[in-house]
Structure formats: C-alpha cells, structure tokens
Design a protein around this ligand. Structure first.
Ligand code: PEP
Length: 262
C-alpha cells in the first residue's frame, strides 16, 4: 500500500468554541467521501474548544490534537496543560515546538525534548515542528539547525516510538501573515535533509516511515506542486485551511495532482 498523504491545520488562537465546532462539522461533512486509507486529516483547535470538538467529532475522519503540552503530569506549573488532562479528553495527537512556541514564547530544544518524551510516553501521536529562521538561512546553516532540532528534540526517544512520530518542517520565514512560501525545490531539499537525519536517528526502516509535512504559507497556488515533491508527505496549513470549503478544495486538488481522486 502506498504511503498516506497528511493534511492538517493548527487553528492557533483564532477560532472560539462555536466557530471551531461549525468548522469541524463542515470539514467532516465536506471530506467524508475521501478514503481514509489514503489520507490522514487532523485539526488542532484551541484548548478551550477541545472538549466540544471532541464531543462532536467523528474521529475516524478527523483526528484532533492539542497545540502544546507540559512535560509534567501535575505540579506547580501555572497556566500549563498536563498530559493527563489531554488524555482525559482522549486526544489523538500533541503538537510540540511550533514556531510561535519557540520564537514568541522562547521554548528551547531542551524543553521540546522533554515534551516530546512525555507526549510519547502518554501514548499521543507527537508532531514535532522544526524550522530555521531567515537569518539562519542567510548564514547557510539551515541544515545544521534542522538537524540540531531533530537530534535534540528526539534525544532519548527509542525506535519503538517511531510509529507515533510526525514531523512538520515549517521555515520560520515562511509562516503566517508576513511569511513567504519556500520554493518547492527548497522545501523538497530540506525534507531530504530531515529524512536523512530521521534515518540516522531511528534506522532505515523506521526513519523512512515517519511522515514529514511541509508548512508555511501553503495556499491553493502552491499546494499541488508541494505535494508532488518526492520528499514531502503532507501539508500542514494555516490560513488557507481555516475555511472548511477552502481546505477541502486544497486537499482535493492535491490528491488529484497525485492521481488519488476519482
Ligand atoms: C503555521 O503557522 O504553522 C502555518 C503553517 O501557517 P500559514 O499556513 O498561515 O503560514
């Protein structure tokens, strides 16, 4: 069987409970006919929307994740969310190290590693986000940065957990309202660097199976070209996915490009 194609979105701090629920209902209805043996679809809502999102979601169709998580189960961590609290909700995945966590909230690779370990130990699929800044790119140290974020982020993670790991490559300069999308060639090349590092970390067999998604100003104009790159396993989309109809269209055009749509 060929590899699944991954499509996901992080709703950041945008949609309230009502908007998240109606977004999920629309997205589920619109994409219900897509074969889930071929695609993996996930949405990462805000914390306050999660309980309602869990109640209304058809999880066999749309997986749900959290935007962040503490590395401890309980304690003096005001403002943090415990893995046990996320387990109580029955979430599928936890995203760790999103660019905004690293750069706005100054999280370090060391902290991301503690979160990754904790998330995996609690049974969550764990999506580690990595990416270089514009300055790191200008200094031609992107590869070193990506490798460092992977090696540190997965420090101490055994190969047994590889099946629960996803990676999103999101160049910091490509994300959000001021972002400029990476060229497909650049994105594909960096995905190659990431794949090589994952194989070094988890071995040939396990490392090759870890999905690596591209994120950063994915839009209807570049989605098809990105998804057809040999090293890219999926699209992690922000703004262009926040209207269910637009996300559904983007997914379908990408699948069509891959010859996966009837
Ligand atoms: C993101 O912030 O993770 C992201 C991919 O955003 P956008 O698609 O809006 O650049």
């Amino acid at each position: 069987m060929s590899k699944k194609i991954y499509f996901g979105t992080n709703l950041k701090m945008y949609k309230n409970i009502h908007d998240t629920v109606s977004y999920l209902e629309d997205l589920t209805r619109l994409t219900a006919d897509l074969n889930r043996d071929e695609i993996e679809l996930f949405v990462i809502p805000s914390y306050t929307s999660l309980p309602d999102a869990v109640k209304i979601s058809r999880r066999e169709l749309v997986h749900l994740g959290a935007q962040n998580m503490c590395w401890e189960e309980q304690g003096q961590f005001t403002g943090e969310i415990s893995p046990l609290m996320l387990k109580e909700l029955g979430l599928d995945l936890v995203m760790i190290g999103h660019s905004e966590r690293r750069h706005v909230f100054r999280e370090t690779d060391y902290e991301e590693n503690k979160k990754v370990l904790c998330s995996l130990e609690h049974g969550f699929t764990t999506l580690l986000c990595i990416g270089e800044t514009e300055q790191e790119k200008e200094y031609s140290i992107s590869n070193e940065i990506l490798r460092t974020q992977l090696i540190a982020g997965f420090h101490g993670v055994s190969t047994d957990y590889a099946k629960k790991i996803w990676v999103a490559y999101e160049p910091v300069w490509a994300i959000g309202v001021n972002g400029k999308p990476a060229s497909v060639e650049y994105a594909n090349e960096k995905h190659g660097v990431i794949r090589k590092c994952l194989v070094e970390l988890f071995g040939e067999e396990a490392g090759k199976l870890i999905p690596v998604l591209y994120g950063g100003s994915v839009n209807p104009g570049n989605a098809e070209r990105l998804i057809e790159q040999p090293e890219i396993d999926g699209l992690f989309t922000g703004r262009s996915a926040w209207q269910a109809e637009a996300f559904d269209k983007l997914i379908r055009s990408a699948l069509k490009k891959l010859g996966k749509m009837v």
